[in-house]
Design a protein around this ligand. Structure first.
Ligand code: CAA
Length: 258
């Protein structure tokens, strides 16, 4: 069986790079590819040498959506039983920070996959969109919810109802991506950001990620409580002692992830 997702754990220190690799289909996300991405992410989560995950496609496509050819003949019950979007949900449960490097198309399930990542570095050629309306359906892997939270109702409604694509610059203005960089260097820039995140105290990074994500599904009061408990919990780690001692002693901290 040919792999449609390539793992490279030596791209940068502490970074697990995962590449979606179906170039002939513009990286359309079929069941096999999504399964392999989920497996790669789980392996990264379990590997203490990896502290940040970098997900990317190629220059032309991050991913042009869920695989339309795989879905086109399916009935509702078959779709329900297949439960393909459970794989996107598994990605959401990744403990370590995830950075998406997006160039070219990030459409439908591809845009939804990028939005599941914690930060997005876009190349100048990146195009984001939820074009499902053009093929008689609607987003099914979180697009109506995450896009709306990221860019607001007006723009989300427009993108979902017209299928229009958003350029990288528009995506930056709308708050969907962290930065836009030249296509020649987008992977390097994304890897540099991943390396920076990987250099931080791992338990603090994990709990900080959890706390930010918590804000999307809870009241302010519960979110603040969740944050405070995570903050206090970090005082049970060696890295908190090391980080604060290093600050006082004016030296660089050495993280152990304990
Ligand atoms: N599924 C399956 N195959 C796809 C695909 C997809 N989502 N997107 C592209 N491909 C395939 C094409 O069928 C084509 O294959 P063949 O050479 O075998 O014909 C190949 O990739 C290249 O695509 P195009 O020739 O169409 O390339 P283009 O440059 O002319 O157009 C595009 C690029 C505008 C992205 C166009 O391919 C397109 O509109 N793709 C579909 C986008 C889409 O509708 N995505 C949403 C899918 S549904 C979804 O994702 C649901 C969800 O919420 C999870």
């Amino acid at each position: 069986m040919e792999f449609t997702c390539i793992r490279n754990y030596t791209a940068a220190p502490g970074v697990g790079a995962v590449q979606i690799n179906r170039p002939a289909a513009l990286n359309a996300l079929n069941l096999q590819t999504m399964t392999e991405i989920v497996e790669a992410f789980a392996a990264c989560d379990a590997d203490s040498d990896i502290r940040c995950i970098l997900l990317h496609g190629n220059e032309k496509a991050f991913a042009a959506g869920a695989d339309v050819k795989e879905m086109s003949g399916a009935g509702a019950v078959e779709m329900l039983e297949r439960d393909q979007f459970a794989r996107w949900e598994r990605i959401r449960q990744t403990k370590k920070p995830v950075i998406a490097a997006v160039s070219g198309f990030a459409l439908g399930g591809g845009c939804e996959l990028a939005m599941l990542c914690d930060m997005i570095v876009a190349s100048e050629t990146a195009q984001f969109g939820q074009p499902e309306i053009n093929i008689g359906v609607m987003p099914g892997a979180g697009g109506t919810q995450r896009l709306t939270r990221a860019v607001g109702k007006a723009l989300a409604m427009e993108l979902v109802l017209t299928g229009r694509m958003l350029s990288a610059r528009e995506a930056l203005r709308a708050g969907l991506v962290n930065r836009v960089v030249p296509v020649e260097t987008y992977l390097y820039e994304a890897a540099a950001l991943a390396r920076e995140v990987a250099s931080k105290a791992p338990v603090a990074a994990r709990l900080a990620k959890e706390s930010v994500l918590k804000s999307f599904g809870t009241s302010l009061e519960s979110g603040l409580e969740f944050e405070r408990k995570n903050f206090y919990m970090l005082f049970a780690t060696d890295d908190q002692k090391e980080g604060m001692s290093a600050f006082v002693e004016k030296r660089k901290p050495k993280w152990t992830g304990k």
